[in-house]
Design a binder for this molecule. Sequence first.
Ligand code: NAD
Length: 500
Amino acid sequence: MTSCGGIVPVVAVATERRYGLFIDGESVEPADGEIRELAEPATGEPLAQAATAGPGDVDRAVAAARAALDGPWGKTPPNERSRLLHALADAINANRKELAELEARNVGKAIASAKAELAQGVENFRFYASAIASIAGRSNPVGGSLLSYTLREPVGVCGQIVPWNYPLMLATWKLAPALAAGCTVVLKPDPLTPLTAIRLAELASEVGFPAGAVNVVPGDGPTTGVHLVKHAGVDKVAFTGSTQTGSEIMRLAAEPLKRVSLELGGKSPNLVFADADLEDAIPSSVWAIYYSAGQSCEARSRVLVEQSIYDDFVSRFADAAGSLKVGDPLDPETQMGSLISAAHRRRVHGFVERGRDEGAEVVTGGEPGDGRGSFYPPTVLTGVETRMAVAQEEIFGPVVTVTAFADEKEAVSIANDVRYGLFATVWTGDSARGHRLARQIKAGMIGVNMPYTAFPGIPFGGYKQSGFGRELGVETLDLYLETKAVLVSTSPKPFNPFGL
Ligand code: NAD
């Protein structure tokens, strides 16, 4: 592992500019929010000044979104919406160097990861640009003298809230289907990571999206976020974040009643059977937890290993984890950057301490880095039992628990014994077993000998307390569309139901 401290950035984007809010087609100063200094989590050095929105700014953004919906965006036909989504994909791609560096510096994320996420963001817009063609009503064959057909119409103004771990990519997950469906958006990024979302809105404006179609109001959850969710002018709320906040959002959205979709936390299992190809399963399982420093909802943070290969697996997995290149996010060789903040690192380390207290053994890692950046090393906890907090709670850092299982039945039982159900990966040489477990594990997505998780076109989302609603799929459009049934009489005679 490379050193976690004393980083010298190898590339730098000029961030002297001040990032405003993006409302009604332009960058604006906050009316009742404030300007904050952002620091790079990997170095502690100043990064940029960025605006956060207050409730009055949210009101302005919602009014702009409503005016665009009732005006130019609402009148934009599907083929033109598709052209604009493609144009935005092109613009993200053309600005990829700036966006990837901005994201890496703002989040502390390895630049290689930021580039991969940016490429996916481009594809998301392309996918929904094409998926617009699938938006259609149908004629309903009820017969008699009734002609009926359905229209699909945009739900309206969408309040979309995203967390700090994938600020750019998750903004594309939210924006692309909403805009494809003809909705307008008020997007609230986390106040720690607003920069790439603001750039995304600027690019949307530059390529021709009408003013008010995309508004971005970074701000604190308990004030700005709550105001957006409760706002009477918002028709639908789409949220990605923790299960605790998702639960609060569902409560807030009950009055006035609005549509809600929730992508929440996870404690995803990674099952390794003795018949698996360990040459593939071990490095892939290392990637599946330590990508993005474990700050991923679908991080496979619980490795379950068949007893007969447990010792061999643990020793090889820990060696591979310890060899990861941790360091400067802007170094192209870096595989894992820093955590988002010192406060988050304290939380992650608190879980490791708790695991130790409960009887787990720290095989590698387990001590915070000593430099200015918020680094935490890849950490492996063994001897973990299902009852322990580290096996149940989302740590959201580079910490994996390893637990042995005796047979397939016990593996499924441990895999399902958490409140979450986002993702599961199964490593086995027996393809029938892979399909069998895909049906038995309670999760929204199952990978069989496949570590990767998110592809445009494949529905992404959770079972149980990992939320509801799917993103990235064609069906995501349904979250942003209403179905209106039209009933027409073809009878030559009047109905006169009361016989008047
Ligand atoms: P969080 O819930 O604290 O915050 C997420 C967002 O919600 C932020 O923008 C925050 O400002 C806002 N927010 C907080 N409280 C709010 C409130 N009361 N009302 C409205 N908005 C509020 O989550 P976090 O810790 O910042 O992010 C990590 C979490 O996100 C993890 O649990 C992770 O699993 C989850 N996540 C899920 C997915 C998925 O697709 N399922 C993807 C990425 C992250």
